[in-house]
Ligand binder design. Structure first.
Ligand SMILES: *Cc1c(COP(=O)(O)O)cnc(C)c1O
Length: 433
């Protein structure tokens, strides 16, 4: 399968090139040239298949031409070492819990898949070592680091701003060891990102080292997110509730929802999608006006959705050939303030006993306000509430139990290398390894 750039200037790429490069040379995002519908029979019997069986069929439609079947199956099975159960919240609203992976957020799926696919390409090429550079303001670093942990032939450098990520986030990428190195940068997230970008531009570094990024726009992180939309549908079907499914996705960079839109193109019978925003409502505004106006992000309680210029918007536009009319016919939007997020977490907890995290709260509320008679809503619960412990405990006025996986991270010993924000220092360090 060839991958083209959403800017249509860069030449088409193979899957391997798209995965190693991440972003096309014209700064566009890679898109597969075809989206293959799955046969009717697959949908008829999907409720009898396991998550892994479903994911293997979806993966085959995306990657089957480029990766041998046995390898792909192993990558999928290894990636999905955890379940994504559909949990009832009310009679018509279900939570698709995507937080049962190693870092308790949905990014584990893409992070794990990409690590394994990249590992396969490296072995195939006979390259000995690839260096993944990733700048993080918190969550991406942990999903990428844990996804790549122990994958042979790959070393990950996580750059993060000193004192600007929460303790629990920091522990998730500084306690791992093995092929993961955390660099604690004396600066901001933007400084970290600038260092990574400068490294990719530096001729000497690229001559001596094989560098790649694990950015969320990478097709190997983004496409596998489609797996759990199909599995959500299968679980709804088992309940006899799949007829008019509405899926609501708490969205920031719009990678997660775009994977769902790909699923719909493959024939997944989802009636419509809702994109839930926090106060960073750039997409919501686009739906209302047809004009896309990026603006600087503001900080909210649902901070993984604090994005002012969602990178995957380019993919959404491309998927609908730029037609605002077609986009609004399949996707509606909602936007919530911190106050509304608090209110929702509290009310749902008190009325149903289900504890939402601030991102899932936007998803739940959009369904609650939007569902029409006969429809069943599924929102993606993108992270475990305990990842936002102080916020959630303060809202509900009770202690929240911390899952064993998070506690294990907390107990680990932080190891990181101090790094200045000067590129020369970072370069010297990379050349010395
Ligand atoms: C990354 C993230 C999001 C936003 O997902 P996008 O794919 O960027 O739209 C939502 N919730 C949580 C918890 C996240 O970590």
């Amino acid at each position: 399968m060839k991958y083209y750039s959403t800017n249509r200037i860069a030449p088409e790429a193979t899957l391997q090139e798209a995965v190693v490069k991440g972003l096309a040379s014209d700064k566009g995002l890679f898109m597969p040239e075809r989206i293959q519908p799955l046969p009717a029979e697959f949908y008829d019997t999907i409720d009898q298949l396991s998550f892994r069986e479903i994911a293997c069929q979806v993966a085959d439609a995306f990657f089957g031409e480029d990766v041998p079947a046995d390898v792909l199956k192993e990558i999928v099975c290894d990636t999905l070492s955890f379940d994504t159960p559909l949990v009832r919240v009310t009679d018509t609203i279900y939570s698709l819990e995507l937080f049962h992976g190693p870092t308790l957020a949905f990014k584990d799926v893409g992070g794990r898949f990409m690590a394994r696919l990249l590992g396969y390409f490296i072995r195939k090429e006979g390259r000995d070592q690839v260096n993944v550079l990733v700048a993080t303001s918190g969550d991406t670093g942990s999903a990428v680091a844990n996804g790549f942990l122990g994958v042979e032939g790959i070393h990950v450098y996580v750059l993060y701003p000193k004192g600007k990520v929460s303790e629990i986030q920091e522990k998730q990428f500084t306690t791992l060891g093995q092929n993961i190195t955390a660099l604690e940068v004396e600066g901001t997230f933007d400084d970290c990102q600038a260092l990574v970008k400068a490294a990719f531009m530096d001729a000497e570094l690229n001559e001596k080292l094989l560098l790649t990024s694990a950015n969320s726009i990478n097709v190997a992180r983004f496409l596998p997110q489609a797996f759990y939309y199909f599995y959500a549908y299968a679980q709804l079907k088992r309940l006899g509730k799949a007829d008019q499914a509405v899926i609501c996705v708490p969205s920031g960079n719009f990678g997660n929802i775009t994977a769902g839109l790909f699923g719909k193109r493959m024939g997944l019978p989802v009636k419509r999608f809702i994109a839930a925003n926090n106060r960073n409502d750039i997409f919501y505004q686009y739906l209302q006006t047809g004009v896309y106006t990026p603006r600087p992000s503001v900080t909210t309680l649902a901070n993984a959705m604090d994005v002012g210029d969602p990178s995957n918007f380019a993919r959404v536009l491309d998927l609908y050939a730029g037609s605002h009319r077609d986009i609004v016919s399949e996707i509606t939007g909602k936007s919530y303030t911190d106050e509304q997020i608090r209110e929702t977490v509290k009310e749902v907890w008190e009325q149903t006993g289900y504890l939402l995290d601030p991102h899932g709260a936007c998803g739940y509320r959009a369904l609650h306000e939007n569902l029409q008679s006969g429809e069943t809503g599924v929102f993606l619960e993108t992270a475990h509430p305990a990842k936002f412990l102080e916020t959630v405990e303060e809202i509900i006025g009770e202690k929240v139990e911390i899952p064993a996986k998070l506690q294990a991270f907390m107990a680990g010993e932080k190891k990181s290398l101090p790094m200045s924000k000067r590129f020369e220092d970072f370069k010297d360090y990379l050349l010395s390894i």
